[in-house]
Design a protein. Sequence first.
Length: 168
Amino acid sequence: MIQQYLEAAQARQKSYADKRRKPIEFAIGDHVYIKVSPMKGVQRFGVKPKLAPCYVGLYQILKRKGNVAYKVQLPVELRAIFPVFHVSQLKKCLRVLEEQVEVRDIKLKSNLVYEEKPVAVVDRKEWVTHNRVVKFYKVLWSNHGEEDATSEREDYLKEVYKTFFENQ
């Protein structure tokens, strides 16, 4: 009896979800961005991935491969990457084709990850409590502009990026 109620509830929830769900499809010739993300194991900003994931390029769809995969025309710099992507890794270009992130500026690995590391300190601040002083640095990151600089604690930067302060 309880099993029947559970099955009915699941079917009802599925019908609600299916009404709002639509498959993502691209036409041959459409332009898309490819999803990339920072390298696993490199913990940028501790737990909060503020700037990731991001999309690169503006690549043309060449061919549909099955129900959920598309072959994309990649440039010579990305020849190490297999050119067939799942629809979840693609984002349709809705605007002018001139808006694109150049992949030459980002060193992508064959599994579409890139390394993020701090490049420079833009600003310094101190937070003073009764018994200690906590230093914060506004950090400029590789592959991003100054508008994407983030505020990080000194102890976090020294722990995760040990060589960063040697270069400053």
